[in-house]
Design a protein around this ligand. Structure first.
Ligand SMILES: [Zn+2]
Length: 372
C-alpha cells in the first residue's frame, strides 16, 4: 500500500539490478541501488536538511533506540512525527533499535518476550517487545520500519546463533501481527550468523512472511570481509528477488559495489559522515586524508571528478586549514562531499547496470579501491 517496488533492469552477468521504490503516500520515487545517509538523532551529523537533499538523498535513516531515549516518542509525536519535527519531507527508514541495545545499552537481557535494557544515558530500565517497536516506528512517522531482531556477535557459537534465530523469527511473525498504519512498510531481517544452513533457513522463513522487503542483518559485525561476502554470495543464490533487499550497516564504497553485484538494493552506513568529521574524503581516486600536511598548498578540489558544491568552491589546502584550526566548517564540508560522493556512486552504478557494463566497473573498483 505505502511502498511499491519494481525492477527496471536486471544484469544478465551478475545479480545487479536497477529498481525503484515508490512511496505512494509521498508520491516519491527512489531509484535503487540506493544509499541512505544515517540520521541517528533525527539529524545527519553536521549537515542541514536542504544540503542533504542537494546531495541527491531521498531516503534517510533514523534510529528508534536513540530517539526513543531522547527526546522520546511523545515529543516527536507532538510535532506530527519526524517529518514535522524536522524539515525533512522525503522518505524515512527506522531501524528497530535491537542492534543499538546490544552495542550501546549499559546492560541488556534477551528473553522470548523481548529485550530488557538499561539506558546508558541515565541507567533507567526499558523493555522492547516486537509489538512495542512497531508502535514506536508508527508513532515516529517513518515510512519503512525494521522489525526487532537479535543480532549475534562475531564470533558466536552455533547453539547461540540458532537459539537467537528462533527468537528473531518468532518476533518477525509477532511484528506483522501488530497494528500499524497502512503507509508503514515493514522489512523482515535475515539473521543466522555465519552458518550457511541457518542463513538459508532464516531467508526462507522471512521470505514466506508478508514483509515489504528483506534485510540482511548481522553482517559487518567484526568478521573478516571474505566471510561477509561468503554469506552474501550464498544468499544471492537463494533470494528470489521479489522484494527489495537491504544490507544493513555496510559500508565502504568498494563494499557497496561488490554487494550490488550480489543483488543488494539498499544500504546505510555512518562512514561517509564519521570519516568526513575526521577529515577523510572518499573520492573516485580513493581516500584523501585532507588533514595531512601534504595538502597544505594543494589548490585542487577534494575530488576533481566531483561536481558537488564543496568541490566546486573549496580547495584541499583551505579545508586542511579548517581541520588544523578545529573549525567545524571543515567537518561539514568533507561530510557533505562524502554524502554527495556516495549518491553519485550509486547513480553511476545504476547507469552502468542499465548500460550492461556494471561488471567491468566493479572490476575497476576492485583494482583501484582495494586499499581503502
Ligand atoms: Zn565533492
Amino acid at each position: 500500500m505505502g511502498l511499491e517496488w519494481r525492477v527496471v533492469k536486471r544484469s544478465d552477468r551478475s545479480f545487479a539490478k536497477v529498481g525503484e521504490l515508490y512511496f505512494s503516500h509521498l508520491d516519491l520515487k527512489v531509484p535503487t541501488p540506493v544509499f541512505m545517509p544515517v540520521g541517528t538523532n533525527a539529524n545527519v551529523k553536521c549537515i542541514q536538511f536542504k544540503d542533504l537533499e542537494a546531495t541527491g538523498a531521498r531516503l534517510i535513516l533514523a534510529n528508534t533506540f536513540h530517539l526513543y531515549l531522547k527526546p522520546g516518542v511523545e515529543v516527536v509525536e507532538k510535532f506530527g512525527g519526524l517529518r514535522g519535527f524536522t524539515p525533512w519531507r522525503k522518505a524515512l527508514l527506522m531501524d528497530s533499535g535491537g542492534y543499538q541495545v546490544f552495542s550501546l545499552a549499559a546492560q541488556f537481557k534477551i528473553n522470548k518476550d523481548g529485550l530488557k535494557f538499561k539506558s546508558s544515558i541515565d541507567g533507567s530500565e526499558h523493555f522492547f517487545t516486537p509489538e512495542f517497536v512497531i508502535e514506536l516506528e508508527d508513532r515516529f512517522g517513518t515510512d519503512i520500519g525494521m522489525v526487532l531482531d537479535v543480532c549475534p556477535p562475531y564470533p558466536a557459537t552455533r547453539s547461540y546463533v540458532e537459539e537467537t534465530l528462533n527468537i528473531t523469527l518468532d518476533w518477525a511473525k509477532r511484528s506483522l501481527e501488530a497494528p500499524r498504519r497502512d503507509t508503514l512498510a515493514l522489512f523482515g531481517i535475515v539473521q543466522g550468523g555465519f552458518f550457511e544452513d541457518l542463513r538459508v533457513k532464516a531467508y526462507e522463513e522471512i521470505r514466506n512472511m508478508e514483509f515489504d522487503g528483506i534485510a540482511y542483518g548481522g553482517l559487518s559485525v567484526g568478521e573478516p570481509k571474505d566471510e561477509m561476502f561468503r554469506v552474501l554470495k550464498l544468499l544471492s543464490n537463494v533470494n528470489d528477488w521479489e522484494k527489495p533487499t537491504y544490507l544493513m550497516g555496510v559500508g565502504k564504497p568498494l563494499d557497496l559495489v561488490n554487494a550490488v553485484f550480489y543483488g543488494v538494493d539498499m544500504f546505510d552506513c555512518i562512514l561517509p559522515t564519521r570519516l568526513g568529521r575526521r577529515g577523510t574524503a572518499f573520492t573516485w581516486n580513493g581516500k584523501v586524508v585532507v588533514k595531512n600536511a601534504v595538502y597544505k598548498l594543494d589548490d585542487r578540489a577534494l575530488d576533481d571528478r566531483c561536481n558537488c558544491y564543496v568541490c566546486r568552491n573549496y580547495s584541499r589546502g583551505y579545508i586542511r586549514h579548517l581541520f588544523n584550526r578545529q573549525e567545524i566548517l571543515g567537518m561539514t564540508l568533507v561530510s557533505y562531499h562524502n554524502l554527495h560522493f556516495y549518491q553519485d556512486l550509486m547513480k553511476y552504478v545504476r547507469q552502468r547496470i542499465v548500460e550492461g557494463t556494471f561488471e567491468e566497473f566493479r572490476e575497476w573498483c576492485n583494482a583501484n579501491w582495494a586499499g581503502d
